[in-house]
Design a protein around this ligand. Sequence first.
Ligand code: ADP
Ligand code: ZN
Length: 721
Amino acid sequence: MVAEVLVEVSNSNVDKTFDYNVPSAFINDIKVGIRVEVPFGRRVVNGFVLSLKNDSELSDLKDISNIIDKDIILTDELLELGKIVKDKTLATLISCYQVMLPKALKAHSGTQINKKYDYYYKVNDIDLSTYKFNDKQKLIIEMCKDKFIIKDELKKISISSLNTLLNKNILIEEKREHYRLKYDISENIVHKLTTKQNEIYEEIINYDDIKPSLIYGVTGSGKTEIYMELINHYLEMGKTALLLVPEISLTTQLISRFVARFGNRIAALHSALSDGEKYDEYRRIANGEASIVIGARSAVFAPLNNIGIIIVDEEHSDSYKQSESNPRYNAKEIAVIRGKMHNCKVVFGSATPSLEAMARAKKGVFHLLSLMERVNGRELPLVKIIDMNKEIRRTKGHFSNELVEAIKEKINLDEQVILLLNRRGYASFVTCKNCGYTFKCPNCDISLTYHKSSNTMRCHYCGYGDSKPIVCPECHEKSINDLGVGTQRIEEELKSLVDARVLRMDYDTTSRKGSHEKMITTFKNHEYDILLGTQMVSKGLDFPLVTLVGVINADTSLNIPDYNSSFNTFSLLNQVSGRAGRSEKPGVVYIQTFNKDHYAIKYASNNDYLSFYNEEMNIRKVLKYPPYYYLCYIRISGKNNNTVNNEANKIKRSLDRNINSIILGPSPSILYKINNIYRYSIIIKYKSIDEIKAILIKISDHYKNNNDIKIDIDFNPLHIL
Ligand code: ADP
Ligand code: ZN
């Protein structure tokens, strides 16, 4: 027998299967979808068996050296899915399989996890009257009379008594696989769906086409409650369910609601889990022991069988796109593909759907299901805009009088406050500290970024550049600045202004495992008055005592050089506003901004998603951005600036000759020089993938064996770095 093996070697150019002979010793154990060790050159490497056949056209085949897995780890469905991901992203096939698996199962790992077992004991079915026991032995026998008890419990009584009983065969032993993840199952509250929630639930379970649905529901409208009811429905039908969430460690409140209702039928694929824990969860899914998977992006590949429903919560979130490494896939796209494979329901949910999703819903490609009111008729919070252009004349600090007074008032009432320091972004942009003027590219309507080395401002989309001026063209003051301020400084300033217990939440204070959850609990228990933090305070939190939300700087995310910056700002403001007034007490939101007339800020203050959508769509149409055009980003990088620049220009010319799509660049990337690697960008705005795919494959093949130039291709990129 011959196995086709996809080998994992560090050189990604080797992305094809090789034939190996299956020695007779392995004939019984060889399967499609397991890992094997094979000789490759002078080394032994790992690989996946992709198929088996009787003969090979080639002679002199080498033997498979070893079999790593007993059980299949790439099911037929995952094997098929990997090929689709490769086709969509142009990444190597091996990278598409690696991304699906927990670290312990990736080809190169090859480690077999030594699984930990728990030992359980029960009294044997024999006549005990002939034995004599001491008190401790009696106690153990009493405990284990009718049921299996875990060893850890019995050890506490006496390990020697336990051993004696075992040696005498009084106790029988059972070995069970140990699962490291334990859930606290708190009170299980099942709400009866409101009429409106129920309508949406019924509609989803009853339509019989395979179109995905979009639940567009304001914050607190009860989307999560609908998800639970839907999942319950499909579990009762004997099917499984997949729930994708943006960043699972920031979704603890949501998960505890699910765990309370569904208990250990859930497998949670946390980024905070250890490799062993991830592997445990993965096995529970593969074994069919867990029937609900909750996880972030890569959980879309969870090895569930017979899926009844796939739900993508906070559909608009950036986190569903893998941007940093290959394959650069989008989990939302995979969700739709898997939905078709399983013939199951696919549901997207958001309070601020992405423009792509809403545009599809409006065209009828998705079912559009709207929930415009909060549960129990609770009001959406009142939003006030504070013009920081006025405040800046009064104070050098970051807090307006109005916000400080509002904070004091709430604390006097024994209520709580959330403050958001908007630090979205990675680049410094150039702005006037006096009037808030931000420099933008005349061609692209994207903020220019500051390049310190040359003291210039650049558009990293089209390459437009200008020197950094000293005087603001708008207010003529000499107050041009590049921005950036830390949470710690804001915390100190806040403490000097109000007498309150402040809890700071940012990447520094939450980096330790479990600290995020602890913070949420202490804040919920009212051990603090103010929760001050970055974006992570905007997501999914539900604190009944929070009646005031303050946004310290709405503008940072507005100025990011990204066509999504208005949307991201609107969405962030909407999300964080949604944290206020979730129980009986009404909420109020203060947004401090230098751009009070910007449409993203104005519509956020009215909770008016649909008007924002219409205005943003007009802009996207004029500037030829998604969803009117698709984007493809090509990054050309290498050690020698001249070579990279030349090759980038060659690529551009070759694209010009071959396709009619809009081609921008090449221009130096926003992260122009990283680790002495120079990076240039080309952006294609295209209407149909068929126009551009062939030439892109040709280009990427052309540079495959070129050590001086690396090509990265990202379809529908979120960031252009
Ligand atoms: P969303 O996911 O849209 O933000 P949630 O599902 O979290 O909304 O619901 C908001 C709040 O309302 C939660 O505290 C939830 O427990 C409560 N809730 C949701 N649906 C109901 C219902 N049918 N009856 C009573 N309370 C509900
Ligand atoms: Zn430009």
